[in-house]
Design a protein around this ligand. Structure first.
Ligand SMILES: C[S@@+](CC[C@H](N)C(=O)[O-])C[C@H]1O[C@@H](n2cnc3c(N)ncnc32)[C@H](O)[C@@H]1O
Length: 401
């Protein structure tokens, strides 16, 4: 029995809408969030956490303030998605390790294992959407012994496969340099074909679904990423009627939140990021005070060694490089103390906002699933691999009913 994505997207969307005060405003951009005035005790509790407590909060190990416990429970309930069934794919081992490396290899293997069964719903060519160098499309074509077509915009990536001494199967695979946002791209999709898209950014995934539906494709499978990449100045809107009916409006900050987790980082990098954040918070604090404008003041990335500079010297360099506004009188030690405290408080508020990251991502992916279901397709949505392979592990798999 297929999941009813239309009602599920409605449910996730309603929960997001009802809890929007917890995720719409981003800490660091806003030093005081609107919800803090409505729930001052919960806000004071978060702002009073020390580093160890904050880490425990982040890991879900800290008993929560009573106002926050149901908020996290609601977000967690909306974060659960099924694991899609996978059939391990054999027969391609000579090719796996040629040019496909590390986590990308794991992602391609998991993707192919997930679509293995559904590809039987069509017998036409396999199309890889926004293929990059085209590992997925080639391996799919070879595994299923069907012609392959790789669609990619960047000419530098549309290059022939180098077998490096391994004889490749005699299956034709064409790499076509094309912009899939162009109007006539649906004419390129072969009859009874399957369109596969691994990590098609934002609007490119919407487009895969639209073009797939409009063309004669029988099977669509895609894992969206980078939801904020819209390739257009038009505001985001849900694809499905069910998604639109929730009334959710996602701005750039919300779309970015949906893909904010970038997977685990080594401890060294975590510490460097902490110092870089504190430097930014400090510079922003000074600029707000100097200008009287209580809005985020950011600067482009700075040379890496600047992370090792003492606060006073760092600010002087930023001042020289960006003509940075600074009040007449400021004390580097006091600034460091204030920035460190503010950074901790903003991160604590950010943990609460982060509870809604996965529900937002699920909403965005399930909205495409619901749209396809509304058009009459049979659709599954769930994870196709572990998060350690890629945090963007949600996938839509559809075939014409
Ligand atoms: C995140 S990468 C994914 C590449 C590949 N599927 C993979 O997983 O390795 C997104 C790809 O989409 C391509 N792309 C971006 N805009 C495009 C467009 N309008 N038409 C076709 N390809 C596009 C980019 O050049 C890039 O190769």
């Amino acid at each position: 029995m297929d999941v009813d994505h239309v009602s599920e997207v409605g449910q996730v969307g309603r929960v997001l809408w009802n809890h929007r005060m917890w995720w719409q405003q981003a800490p660091f951009v806003h030093h005081r969030l609107d919800w803090e005035a409505l729930e001052p005790e919960a806000a004071a509790w978060l702002r009073g956490l020390d580093d160890d407590q904050l880490q425990a909060l982040d890991e879900g190990a800290l008993p929560l303030h009573p106002v926050l416990a149901p908020v996290r429970a609601a977000a967690e309930a909306m974060s659960r998605v099924p694991v899609l069934e996978r059939h391990p794919v054999d027969g391609l081992s000579p090719f796996w390790h040629r040019g496909v490396k590390g986590r990308k290899l794991g992602q391609v293997q998991a993707f192919l294992a997930t679509v293995d069964g559904v590809l039987a719903h069509g017998d036409g060519p396999v199309v890889e959407w926004c293929s990059g160098v085209g590992h997925l499309g080639r391996l799919a074509a070879w595994t299923h012994e069907r012609p392959g077509l790789l669609l990619e915009k960047d000419p530098a990536l549309c290059r022939p496969y180098v077998g490096r001494g391994v004889e490749v199967p005699a299956i034709p695979v064409e790499h076509r340099c094309v912009d899939v946002l162009e109007d006539d791209v649906h004419h390129m999709v072969p009859e009874a074909g399957a369109i596969l898209g691994l990590h098609a950014c934002g609007r490119l995934s919407d487009r895969l679904a639209e073009v797939g539906h409009r063309s004669g494709a029988r099977v669509l499978a895609f894992s969206p990423c980078c939801s904020h990449r819209r390739f257009s100045s038009a505001p985001w809107q849900a694809m499905s009627e069910a998604g639109r009916a929730t009334g959710l409006q996602l701005d750039d900050m919300a779309l970015r939140l949906s893909v904010l987790d970038v997977g685990p980082s080594p401890g060294r990098r975590v510490e460097r990021r902490r110092i870089q954040r504190i430097h930014r918070v400090a510079a922003d604090l000074l600029a707000r005070e100097a200008t009287g404008v209580d809005a985020y003041h950011g600067f482009a990335s700075v040379p890496r060694p600047w992370s090792d500079l003492p606060m006073g010297e760092f600010i002087e360099r930023i001042r020289a490089r960006h003509d940075w506004p600074v009040p007449d009188d400021w004390d580097p030690d006091e600034l460091l103390r204030r920035a460190t405290t503010l950074d901790r408080q903003m991160r604590a508020l950010g943990v609460v906002r982060g509870w809604f990251r996965r529900p937002l991502e699920r909403f965005l992916v399930q909205d495409r699933a619901a749209w396809l279901q509304e058009q009459g397709w049979q659709v599954r949505m769930g994870t196709f691999c572990e998060r350690s392979l890629t945090p963007r592990n949600l996938m839509v798999v559809a075939h014409r009913a």
